[in-house]
Design a protein. Structure first.
Length: 499
């Protein structure tokens, strides 16, 4: 059986704790790999290596850092398929979706390649008599990232390229459910010339996470995952004096107004709700139909959802793969099974779905729930699977109030032809990312990603300018130099007296 070990100091380091976790192929249900689970001592060893590497990397020139990043970008581009295959094998998403994940991660690497512009600093001259004031940004030291299973390549690339570009060293703790992509990213970084110890990968479970949160040698922690864990990460790491950005869960809404193009809205709802099997924090999981369009919209969504082909991620004809684990599949199914008892109309029931020849895989079909109530479990909880809830509202105002009442505020979208309504929506809605006729408003790399309310804990969003500010700290220098013409008699500084 394949074993995934740690990557520390530029090389593979075998796990020393004796503890291993199973890694399953979601399409077959078979355990194909085991991953080493680090102890607190192993985490400490990784921090010491990263701390030592920071002494030189943190003082390295921007030219040296960007040279490595440009080479890294080229290697990632050349190895897109290999990374995507690892994602499909352990996460289950279809190959095209995995390729898209790699492409979105590459955007942040490209942003990091231009870090020279972002770290220029500021200067004010002559703020007083011969006094100048400048501001600079410097790296923090050793920083850590704790990333989720649903994007095993993209989310790590949202973190470490910017962190190391700013001069930090990095310890990545990826999900133990699909760990191989993280090691591949680290190996390619080493091949690109990243010095040993600058990027380290430590695999593990709660033991490793708690060790990272408590370690005095770690200056900052980035996290993406569920809201309960994000809250714990933020509380614990902050109590230990660390800077924290912790991105939590979501319940993303799509408001469809009566004037919207219903075919376009239905297309968007299906792709945003069921893409990547719904296992993404930016998935649309609640559609709010305004006015009399509800029945027609639900029918159009149903027609499209029934045509989605579900199968193994390495089958080019598959449009949706399995869920990550059998336990998660069963949890998702429980929301569908209980929906009718809580007042919803089950238009499509995807529970009990199987794929011929892969009966032990973690399969579930597409589910569509109509007339969902805001107090039902299917609406209140982040299901993280291919389940779409449709709610009804009589007016735009009622729809906005419904969305703003949600404790989550990650992303939301409106579908309309009315520019005035769209403008009102983007100003009135309480969410960090807004789409206008765009169902999944994930910003490009040079704008930051992050939500509001229970979808984000900490002051900084991830990547973009916020990411750069998170991985650096500001310093202001006030300088006063005497004019050379005022030098004491007998000291010649070489200043031309005739000037």
């Amino acid at each position: 059986m394949k074993t995934v070990n740690h990557w520390i100091g530029g090389k593979t380091v075998e796990g020393a704790s004796g503890n291993y976790g199973p890694v399953t192929d979601p399409a077959t249900g078979e355990v194909t790999t085991q991953v080493a689970l680090a102890s607190a001592d192993e985490v400490d060893a990784a921090v010491r290596v990263a701390r030592e590497a920071f002494q030189s990397w943190g003082q390295s020139s921007l030219a040296a850092r960007t040279k490595v990043l440009f080479a890294y970008r080229a290697l990632l581009d050349a190895n897109r398929d290999a990374i995507a295959e690892l994602i499909t094998a352990e996460h289950g998403k279809v190959h095209s979706d995995a390729l898209g994940e790699v492409a979105r991660g590459l955007e942040i690497v490209e942003l990091a390649c231009g870090i020279t512009t972002q770290l220029k600093g500021e200067l004010s001259t002559s703020v007083s008599n011969r006094v100048d004031v400048s501001s600079i940004r410097q790296p923090l030291g050793v920083v850590a990232g704790i990333t989720p299973f649903n994007f095993p390549a993209m989310v790590p690339m949202w973190m470490f390229p910017l962190a190391v570009a700013c001069g930090n060293t990095f310890i990545l703790k990826p999900s133990e459910k699909d760990p191989s992509a993280a090691n591949k990213l680290a190996e390619l970084a080493s091949e690109a010339g990243l010095p040993d110890g600058v990027l380290n990968v430590v695999h593990g479970d709660k033991v490793a996470v708690d060790a990272l949160l408590a370690h005095p040698g770690i200056a900052a922690v980035s996290f993406v995952g569920s809201t309960p864990i994000a809250r714990h990460i933020h509380t614990t790491a902050s109590a230990n004096g660390k800077r924290v950005q912790a991105l939590g869960g979501a319940k993303n809404h799509m408001l469809v107004l009566p004037d919207a193009d219903l075919d376009a809205a239905a297309d968007a709802a299906v792709s945003a709700a069921y893409g990547s099997a719904g296992e993404r924090c930016m998935a649309i999981s609640a559609v709010v139909a305004v006015g009399s369009i509800g029945d027609a919209l639900v029918e159009k969504i149903r027609e499209r959802a029934e045509k989605i082909k579900i199968g193994p991620g390495n089958d080019p004809t598959s449009e949706m793969g399995p869920l990550i684990t059998a336990a998660h599949r069963d949890k998702v199914a429980s929301y569908v099974k209980g929906a009718a008892d809580q007042g919803a109309d089950v238009v499509l029931d995807g529970t009990g779905y199987t794929v011929g020849g892969f009966e032990k895989g973690h399969w579930i079909g597409l589910s569509l729930l109509d007339n969902v109530k805001t107090d039902s479990d299917a609406y209140r909880d982040e299901i993280f699977g291919p389940v779409l809830c449709v709610l009804r509202a009589e007016t735009y105002e009622e729809g906005v109030a419904l969305i703003n009442a949600s404790p989550f505020g990650n992303g939301t979208a409106i579908f309309t032809r009315d520019g005035g309504a769209a403008r009102r929506f983007q100003l009135e809605i309480e969410a960090g990312m807004v789409g206008v006729n765009v169902p999944i408003p994930v910003p490009v790399g040079y704008h930051s990603f992050g939500g509001w309310k229970d979808s984000l804990f900490g002051d900084h969003h991830i990547y973009g300018n916020d990411g750069i500010h998170f991985y650096t700290r500001g310093k202001v220098v006030t300088t006063r130099w005497p004019d050379p013409s005022e030098a004491p008699v007998g000291v010649d500084l070489g200043f031309p007296r005739n000037h």
